[in-house]
Design a protein around this ligand. Structure first.
Ligand code: T4K
Length: 399
């Protein structure tokens, strides 16, 4: 698997470095027997969904783990955002980062409101508080910060700004389960936070998510909305939808909870190994997680600088040819996606526009081994050492 010379690259006719595809987002799975045991119990109990015992247990465990009063489990993170936005009474314009997964903005737009795209900081990849402030206008009612990659936003800066300008503050914490900011776990910041427990997240419930908050009235509202607005049999007290998590998903979550420390440990070791290996490669920089905080290390985010001699997109093509499905998360910036640019000409966002061209994500999690990480590092090194020839081969192969 070690590739030593140019002709060892798949681009030049050699077999791919890996027989099996290596994916970003390959799910972590806890103890299979224990998971199946829980599924059997669910089937025997014949309580499959609608606020069942596994959902309630998962909610208690998540609330305890992140240190909040309330957790409302939902069937995915996107609908969690929609419930929280609606329950907070958000209207008009909502400031969101452009450098995020499209769901952050879609949740706002799906409800008929207008996402206004702010830039992010170059070091943190999350909302630039000064840019957010410059975008606040008479129609603004809320800010949604995204703890991208699990690196928490400038929570204090956003909280102060939201308080000073009378805005609601929601966090899209899809990536940040198990992370802390200044020693406090993500989950209780702002008015509410929303996690995703999608299969591609290091902690998963197949599909799923959770709204967490210390606001009891808000929690009750979200809980009602999750189940069509029912507050008891035959009593519909608010507008609602179906955002319920199933028992099978919650059972998966309970077993993911049992394995969470080992998932984090694997992610940490992978992240360290990539950082060490890629420090030897010209032009590549692995984004560091904050020291002295709890981190889930679930993304290996690499910036490709000009010294690499190949662009990010060229390196992604090289990796794909070797069966490494590296991802261009999150390109293009949401502000430049056709669905949003059709509504409003995108404002240039200096940092976002640069990050979407230069950042790539590499496979990690329990499905990747140390020697595969070394192999991925070796492919990147070889390609970069022979950048002109690789560029030429890519040009002719796409012609
Ligand atoms: N906010 C943020 C910041 C988010 O990142 C997300 C979701 C949300 C909100 C919304 O949360 P959810 O509503 O999803 O709970 C994936 C996920 O579908 C999405 O949940 C996630 N962010 C996003 C970052 O990644 P895609 O379009 O990249 O998915 P896909 O199908 O290409 O899968 C990614 C890779 O994972 C593939 O290479 C294959 C691998 N994979 C995937 C699944 C589902 C597996 O190996 N096994 C699997 O079961 O969006």
């Amino acid at each position: 698997m070690t590739k030593k010379q140019l002709s060892d690259l798949a681009l030049f006719g050699a077999p791919p470095a890996f027989e099996q595809m290596l994916h970003v987002g390959r799910p972590n799975v806890g103890d299979t027997e224990a998971i199946l045991g829980r599924f059997r119990e669910i089937l025997e109990r014949r309580w499959l969904t609608n606020d069942g015992p596994c959902v309630q247990e998962l909610e208690r465990e998540v609330a305890r783990y992140v240190g909040v009063k309330h957790c409302i489990a939902v069937n995915n993170g996107t609908i969690g955002l929609e419930l929280a936005i609606r329950a907070l009474g958000v209207r008009g314009e909502v400031i969101v980062p452009a450098f995020t997964f499209v769901a952050t903005a879609h949740a706002v737009r799906w409800l008929g409101h207008t996402p206004i795209f702010a830039d992010v900081g170059a070091a943190t990849h999350s909302l630039d508080v000064a840019d957010v402030e410059s975008l606040i206008g008479p129609a603004t009612t809320a800010i949604i910060g995204v703890h991208l990659w699990g690196i928490p936003c400038d929570v204090e800066g956003l909280q102060q700004l939201a308080r000073r300008r009378g805005l609601k503050l929601l966090f899209d914490s899809a990536h940040a389960f198990g992370c802390s900011r200044a020693g406090t776990m993500v989950g209780g910041f702002g008015d509410a936070e929303v996690f995703s427990f999608h299969a591609t997240k290091f902690f998963n419930t197949f599909e799923g998510g959770a709204i967490t908050t210390n606001d009891s009235a808000l929690a009750a509202e979200c809980r009602n909305m999750r189940n069509f607005g029912f507050a008891g049999y035959d009593n519909v007290t608010s507008m609602g939808t179906n955002a319920k998590m199933t028992e099978v998903c919650a059972a998966m979550g309970l077993e993911s909870m049992r394995s969470i420390d080992s998932f984090v440990q694997t992610n940490r070791e992978n992240h360290q190994r990539y950082t060490r290996r890629l420090s030897e490669v010209k032009g590549l920089q692995v984004l560091a997680y904050p020291a002295h905080e709890r981190c889930n290390f679930q993304y290996v985010v690499v910036s490709v600088g000009p010294e690499a001699g190949l662009t990010r997109d060229e390196l992604v093509k090289v990796l794909h040819s070797e069966n490494v499905l590296a991802r261009r998360y999150f390109a293009p910036g949401v502000h430049r996606m056709p669905v949003y640019r059709a509504e409003r000409e995108p404002r240039p966002l200096r940092v976002t526009d640069q990050l979407v061209e230069t950042v790539l994500c590499l496979p990690t999690g329990t499905a990747v081994t140390g020697s595969e990480i070394d192999g991925i590092g070796g492919v990147l090194q070889l390609a970069i050492e022979h950048a002109p020839a690789v560029r030429e081969a890519l040009r002719t192969s796409s012609a």
